[in-house]
Design a binder for this molecule. Structure first.
Ligand SMILES: NC(=O)c1ccc[n+]([C@@H]2O[C@H](COP(=O)([O-])OP(=O)(O)OC[C@H]3O[C@@H](n4cnc5c(N)ncnc54)[C@H](OP(=O)(O)O)[C@@H]3O)[C@@H](O)[C@H]2O)c1
Length: 275
């Protein structure tokens, strides 16, 4: 059977699909959906201090009855909290809200001017065992190259926007070469994927939904997708993607949809590290 985990560069296992929690709703909705996702079989939950839902995510996990050690919990440092002390304080706030005593993965949410000090704090949190893995989001190759100059520990993960209209092959290739696991946010293009004729054809061919075809494409690319849904049927369907394979030809066809489209307007000229 296909493995449901991917091994990070430090040997830690990360589930090969995660549950996104951005805009899941009010606290009770967040609690209910996180519990549901865990009951259905998701083992990776993706949140961020910016989402304002860490309490709900924590309560959902606690109420799910799933062992903490079987859950891979991810949260992120927001832009206002860069700097050494600020990072440590923000981390402590996040784990308090989540109601946990260690985190599985802490990510820098966006590249930011103060990354060198921020990264030093990340490395210390990792060395102290407070977090099992550290990483970044929305880093382009240039940002990663800059980080390489100061990092004692390289990020284990880079979480970036990827979907068939923004395939990010260059960053994926770079990350593979540098042993950085890529995670895809916006993996089903926040719903925009559903109007593409090729995806409709493939859904018919494989007797799967367009979301399932897209999520399968991520898995076969070695990328971890973290789809968000508030709907029980869709939460179930999004993880039901381990019983079929897209042909190489169809993988390439999906790749050819790339137009570098951003669904959320990622700034192209994000400031590089201030070293
Ligand atoms: N690091 C970053 O900078 C960053 C940025 C953005 C997001 N993220 C993370 O990535 C996660 C996923 O990204 P995202 O939420 O932006 O976009 P997404 O997962 O691509 O799309 C979510 C949207 O698709 C709909 N949907 C989900 N499953 C569906 C299905 N099977 N069929 C039809 N529609 C479906 C959802 O509606 P319903 O809820 O109604 O099903 C929702 O409107 C976020 O929740 C967050 O955890 C990280």
């Amino acid at each position: 059977m296909e493995s449901m985990v991917r091994k990070l560069s430090n040997g830690v296992n990360m589930s090969s699909i995660g549950f996104g929690t951005y805009k899941l709703g009010e606290e009770q909705d967040v609690i209910d959906r996180v519990k549901l996702a865990l009951e259905i079989g998701y083992r990776q939950i993706d949140t961020a201090s910016f989402y304002g839902n860490e309490e709900g995510v924590g309560k959902g996990i606690a109420q799910s009855g799933v062992d903490r050690k079987d859950i891979f919990l991810v949260t992120k440092l927001w832009n206002d909290d860069h700097g050494y002390e600020e990072t440590i304080n923000a981390f402590n706030k996040s784990i308090k809200k989540l109601g946990i005593d260690y985190l599985d993965l802490y990510l820098i949410h966006w590249p930011n001017k103060l990354n060198s000090e921020t990264w030093r704090a990340f490395e210390d949190l990792y060395k102290e065992g407070k977090v099992r893995a550290i990483g970044v989001c929305n880093f382009k190759i240039g940002h990663l190259e800059e980080l390489k100059k100061i990092a004692k520990i390289m990020p284990m993960v880079n979480q970036i926007e990827i979907h068939p209209c923004k395939t990010q092959k260059d960053i994926i290739e770079y990350c593979k070469e540098n042993n950085i696991q890529v995670v895809a946010w916006g993996p089903i293009m926040r719903g925009k994927i559903f109007s593409l004729p090729l995806m409709l054809d493939l859904a018919e061919k494989y007797n799967k939904s367009i979301a399932q075809i897209t999520l399968r494409w991520h898995i076969q690319n070695g990328v971890i997708p973290i789809p968000k849904s508030s709907n029980e049927e869709r939460i179930k369907a999004n993880i039901d993607i381990f019983d079929f394979n897209l042909s190489n030809e169809d993988m390439k066809k999906i790749d050819s949809l790339n137009s570098n489209e951003d669904v959320s307007g990622v700034p192209d000229n994000t400031t590089y590290l201030d070293l």
